[in-house]
Design a protein around this ligand. Structure first.
Ligand SMILES: [Zn+2]
Length: 435
């Protein structure tokens, strides 16, 4: 390891070597394994009339390998009585069990699916925690929402630090404040928008000085949903050096480096493609497209050409930090997109407008999406107070701000912030709803 890189050779590997490594891992190892053992992969390939013998190069893979998506997994699960959706490549009844844990997805986009997990030693997040500046002997706060957390504490221990466990709840803040002043932790995983907004509101009553609380942290991981300008400004005001962290098509995670110029995707553990959301052609480097992921390392429940529904931008230009791995910027979800009068709107597009109005600045809102193509943009927007001139005036200002932002006059239903917060898992709320 070096001052900046936990695994210098892997993190700064020249592009051509990285491409070779991906080919070797995918064609030489992962794909034959998954094709032979995963009932979903085999059924999908058989249905597409493609055999593993047809794929002898990365070009073949890009051209011929069929896609899977979350619906395909759910369908397989429901029709074949296989709770793992045909993904499992190992015998779950093996003595001692093949997993160290089973998690469940959050169910943001439908019923949750099971995620079997294997933890052995430090995970790939070691590179991120090292880059943040966390070192052996440090304390590291793990504030995780409850449903998923394969091995974060292993990762913390993997860099020689000690995890400090707290709940992902605003009511933990007094506890975190005390621990932060006592132990001087250097890392925090994770912070979310609801926590940031709760801290702003509750800090005075709880006797917390956020700047003092965060003073010892070299890095705080932010995850959950796109970080709005307001939450970003609060973190800046509190002196938090935050690192945006996001999922990569369920085959990995991507996190900002100290350059804060996109989230690095570790391409030695995942092969990613960015494709036309409505087709199969790749988009140009840096253009908006759908993220499609293939694991290079998961032998338990491998995803092969998994269409994530996530709209992203990805570049493979070398980062100023010296790392060669791709960087991505999440844009939104394909299934969240609506089209009104030919205008494409994602929740992130109206976000700045809603947080520009004082009474709705928490930007708790939902896009009403009974279908993809709509006549009207309909929004449900949370408010903190009725403002000086009443709710009708708040509504008018929200409508004006949204129109100025996306060029569409929306229908706006106002509800108290608490009503929307009750709908979420703790770290985010559903930004799109059918009604
Ligand atoms: Zn970088």
């Amino acid at each position: 390891m070096s001052d900046r890189y936990f695994e210098p050779d892997a993190e700064t590997m020249p592009r051509d070597q990285l491409d070779e490594l991906q080919e070797e891992k995918l064609l030489g190892d992962l794909l034959p394994w998954a094709y032979k053992r995963s009932p979903l992969v085999r059924a999908t390939w058989d249905a597409a009339g493609v055999s593993i013998d047809d794929v002898t190069s990365m070009d073949d893979f890009r051209e011929k390998a069929p896609f899977v998506d979350k619906d395909a997994i759910r369908r397989f699960r429901d029709t074949s009585n296989d709770r793992y959706g045909g993904l499992l490549c190992v015998d779950p009844l093996r003595a001692g069990g093949p997993f160290t844990a089973v998690f469940s997805t959050s169910g943001t986009t439908g019923d949750p699916t099971l995620v079997p997990s294997v933890t052995s030693g430090p995970s790939i997040l070691t590179r991120e925690f090292w880059e943040m500046g966390c070192r052996p002997g440090d304390y590291f706060v793990e504030m995780l929402f409850t449903y998923r957390g394969p091995g974060i504490h292993h990762t913390i221990r993997g860099i020689g630090a000690t995890p400090v466990f707290v709940d992902h709840s605003p009511f933990e803040f007094p506890n975190v404040y005390r621990l932060s002043r006592e132990l001087r932790p250097t890392g925090w995983y994770t912070m979310s928008t609801p926590l940031i907004l709760a801290l702003e509101q509750m800090a005075p009553a709880m006797g917390i000085d956020p700047r003092d609380m965060f003073a010892s942290y070299k890095g705080v991981i932010y995850a959950g949903e796109p970080l709005g300008a307001r939450a970003r400004a609060l973190l800046d005001e509190w002196g938090v050096n935050f690192f945006v962290h996001t999922g990569v098509a369920d085959v990995g995670a991507a996190t900002e480096c100290r350059e804060h110029d996109g989230c690095h995707i570790w391409e030695d553990i995942a092969f990613v493609e960015v494709l036309d959301p409505d087709g199969t052609d790749p988009v140009a480097d840096g253009e908006r497209g759908e993220l499609v992921g293939t694991t290079l390392v998961d032998k338990i429940a491998p995803l092969v050409r998994y269409r994530s529904d996530d709209l992203v931008r990805v570049t493979r230009e070398r980062c100023a930090c010296g790392r060669t791995h791709a960087r991505m910027w999440p844009v939104g979800r394909k299934s969240d997109e609506i089209v009104v009068d030919g205008v494409s709107v994602l929740p992130g597009d109206v976000w700045p407008a809603i947080e520009s109005v004082a009474e709705t600045e928490a930007a708790l809102f939902q896009v009403i999406r009974p279908a993809r193509e709509l006549d009207r943009l309909r929004l449900r927007v949370g408010f903190a107070s009725e403002g000086p001139h009443g709710l009708a005036d708040v509504r008018d200002r929200v409508i004006d701000a949204v129109e100025a932002c996306v060029g569409l006059v929306p229908d706006v239903e106002l509800v108290p912030n608490e009503v929307l917060l009750r709908q979420g898992p703790p770290h985010k709320i559903p930004r799109v709803t059918k009604q």
